[in-house]
Design a protein around this ligand. Structure first.
Ligand SMILES: Nc1ncnc2c1ncn2[C@@H]1O[C@H](COP(=O)(O)OP(=O)(O)OP(=O)(O)O)[C@@H](O)[C@H]1O
Length: 725
């Protein structure tokens, strides 16, 4: 079954059409469609693209390039190719350019004072020793310390909030596993001492819900390794991406703990009779805010109703708690989490790591102020790069970061859309020196999307691998890619969308680059939280454009306890990365070298129509995605402020694609002659979007419009970026 139709982060009342909702989660395409549908206040990127493309045709907005000599050396002989270094906007903000080393102690590391051990918190010595010997986990983290003792001592609902990488998964899994082990042992004392009385067919006791398949799989792996000390307790997953039949077979065999995505679980609750939830006493909603953003509210309500309806008496298994405990968990707690809390929790306790709780007391926040902080040891910086210098600066950072084997082992680069991931993957995957043959990497559905990057590899670091991940890849490919990326002992770079921003625990992640800033401050926190986990070091870099985007810097600082965020200019980075060899007898400058690199990519694009199409597609998707930043941040990421001609250069295009004013999605080089043709084509490919247009334009009265709107929204699937079921 397809995933239930979902709304993002808001429910429509009868007159919902009159209000301006905030769209946060899901794919940018759906966010954009939804925002456009709600009224004329949204920015129309189609018309912006069209306006700029007309302006573009009247001449080169960049004016003349530098001297004739400079043009001769750089290949800009005809004066029609925009220079990387001229006519860039003024940079206002970067006053803080000296690199500051952090001396801050890690805030999400295991506690080292030796006072709090897992056994002192109430965990059984068997589990504690299993943690030590098999998982190399010696001491609890701060959130584990607070959560474990609280959840072991009672059956109260809980809302767990702690930094990324602070060990929240074990914080809720350990007490649940211990409680089930205790129930099992209790039974064995009453009966046969040598046999545990709980088996896989004794009943389902706990369900853990997570928003993505990747995260569900990850939780399931942690759970399985934990259950190594209680092998008679069996766990499993129902997360889609495989045949329903095999999931049913697994459920028929019996499971005691189930990890699931909400859509797929609802599907089984409705169609799989053998799934008995009468004994479920623990329900965990991991990444609660994301579950809400992806529109799982209805599914969660259905699950809660089913659990309530089917709840059996605890008589069948003695010591089974009479009450169900629900645990809600996330690093960020937005208003939607409180709504989820209202639906799912009763008299819940709010559990935070002690340090976080103290900080909150000292710095009370308003309801509009998101409560979040990044791990203290994470070194965060921003780079102000003019649009034209973005691509070459990204190359320069990667080249320097991976200049020696071991300097950086794993890096992630976040983009706002899959088209952009695809384009940049090809840029760094291309075979140097083979400019006339398309190297478009074809992927086989079951194999990881990976290739060697000869562009980034060097004598000192010869084996740099590239991977890409986004929601529209097949599930097998996504799983294989993450596995291959995690297991590759060589330096590796993952190019991805926000499908990888939540919860993923990828080993040795040293560097996170937000090449496109996140759609919301909370998402930024989750993205950078893929590094600096469990006390380890990590670096995060965000790219900003000069101008309004520099207003984002206070938001970046807000997430850090000591407001420590370093800034640098792209030209400083280019100067270092493209410095000519000392022995060089030529008159080359770093500017020439940087320009040479950019021109090589531009020529490669011109010689290969497939790559050029990919670049145009990426460009249009990027601009459209840009217009879907959350409302409170739209003055910072304002699509009207984008210089579209300069931005084209970041996609190695010499002009803004003139034939893509209104079409965009997948134009694939076709001419778009009529004013509205492209748009109509886009709409015809997305019937839901065209329904929304109809709803907005034709409905005579607000109630009817709202009804049509609900119908249209129901036809869309905001979670499809995440391919959840
Ligand atoms: N007590 C501990 N000691 C050492 N490492 C730990 C401990 N607890 C968890 N870890 C490790 O810390 C890493 C992060 O844990 P986890 O994924 O649970 O973090 P999280 O708080 O859920 O992060 P996010 O908010 O990003 O989902 C994992 O690699 C895990 O094995």
């Amino acid at each position: 079954m397809a995933e239930e139709p979902l709304l993002m982060n808001f429910s429509l009342g009868n007159d919902a059409i009159l209000v301006q909702p905030k769209f946060k989660g899901g794919r940018w395409r759906e966010r954009r469609g939804l925002r456009k549908a709600t009224g004329p206040t949204g920015v129309n990127t189609d018309s912006i693209l069209e306006r700029h493309s007309k302006r573009q045709k009247t001449g080169n907005s960049d004016g003349p390039t530098r001297s004739i000599d400079y043009q001769r050396r750089t290949g800009l002989r005809h004066g029609v190719i925009s220079s990387l270094f001229s006519y860039n906007p003024k940079i206002q903000s970067v006053t803080d350019r000296a690199e500051q080393e952090s001396t801050t102690l890690p805030s999400n590391a295991p506690l080292v004072d030796g006072i709090d051990t897992f056994t002192s918190l109430g965990l059984s010595p068997i589990i504690a020793s299993h943690l030590l010997t098999k998982l190399d986990i010696k001491a609890p983290t701060a959130i584990q310390k607070t959560t474990i003792s609280r959840l072991l001592s009672g059956d109260t609902d809980a809302l767990i909030q702690a930094e990324t990488g602070s060990g929240k998964t074990l914080a809720y899994l350990l007490p649940i596993v211990q409680r089930i082990v205790q129930i099992s042992e209790q039974k064995s004392k009453n009966g046969n001492d040598t046999n545990y009385q709980i088996h896989r067919d004794s009943g389902l006791f706990a369900i853990i819900l997570a928003p993505t398949r990747e995260l569900s799989k990850q939780i399931s792996v942690v759970l399985d390794s934990l259950l190594g000390c209680a092998r008679w307790i069996v766990s499993g997953t129902v997360i889609g991406g495989e045949k329903r039949k095999s999931e049913k077979a697994r459920l028929r065999k019996g499971l005691n703990i189930l990890v699931a995505t909400p859509g797929r679980l609802v599907d089984h609750l409705e169609h799989t009779e053998v799934l008995d939830v009468s004994n479920v006493r623990w329900l965990v909603l991991d990444e609660g805010d994301r579950l809400m953003e992806l529109g799982f509210e209805d599914d969660i309500k259905k699950i809660l109703d089913k659990l309530e309806q089917k709840k059996g008496k605890s008589g069948a298994i003695s010591d089974l708690p009479s009450k169900r405990t629900t645990i809600l968990c996330s690093a960020t707690m937005k208003t939607n989490v409180h709504k989820l809390g209202e639906i799912s929790l009763k008299d819940a306790i709010h559990i935070q790591a002690e340090a976080d709780a103290q900080q909150l007391l000292q710095e009370p926040t308003t309801s509009t102020d998101p409560i979040f902080s990044a791990p203290a040891q994470l070194q965060q910086s921003y780079i102000v790069a003019p649009a034209k210098q973005r691509l070459v600066t990204l190359y320069a950072i990667l080249k320097r970061s991976f200049s020696h084997k071991g300097s950086v082992m794993k890096a992630m680069i976040f983009f706002t859309c899959a088209d952009s991931v695809n384009f940049h993957y090809e840029v760094f995957a291309r075979k140097v020196g083979q400019q006339n043959t398309s190297q478009l990497s074809d992927s086989t559905p079951e194999l990881p999307t990976q290739c060697h990057s000869s562009v980034l590899s060097s004598v000192n670091n010869p084996d740099i691998m590239l991977y890409k991940l986004y929601g529209n890849l097949t599930q097998q490919m996504r799983t294989a890619t993450l596995k291959a990326f995690s297991r590759n002992p060589n330096p590796s770079i993952l190019l991805c969308t926000d499908v990888a921003s939540r919860g993923l625990d990828l080993p040795s992640m040293d560097l996170v680059i937000e090449y496109d800033p996140a759609f919301s401050a909370e998402e930024h926190l989750h993205r950078i939280g893929r590094t600096a986990r469990a006390g380890r070091d990590g670096r995060a870099i965000v790219f900003l454009l000069p101008g309004p985007e520099e207003l984002y810097i206070p938001t970046l600082k807000h997430g850090f306890k000591d407001k420590r965020v370093n800034g640098s200019l792209s030209e400083d980075i280019l100067r270092k990365a493209f410095a000519p060899a000392i022995a060089s007898q030529t008159r080359e400058t770093w500017e020439d070298n940087a320009t040479g690199w950019q021109l090589e990519i531009e020529r490669w694009l011109q010689s290969d129509s497939k790559i050029a199409d990919l670049a145009r597609k990426a460009y249009v998707s990027h601009v459209r995605a840009y217009s879907t930043h959350v409302v409170p941040e739209r003055h910072i990421f304002n699509v009207k402020e984008l210089h579209l001609g300069h931005l084209a250069k970041a996609f190695a295009l010499r002009d803004q694609p003139s034939n893509m004013g209104r079409g965009g999605k997948g134009d694939e080089g076709k001419q778009d002659t009529g004013k509205h043709k492209g748009r109509n084509r886009d709409r015809s490919r997305n019937p839901a979007a065209s329904d929304i247009d109809n709803a907005r334009n034709s409905a005579p009265d607000p109630k009817e419009a709202a009804r049509q709107m609900r119908k249209a929204l129901n036809a869309m699937n905001p979670a499809s970026e995440f391919n959840i079921a």
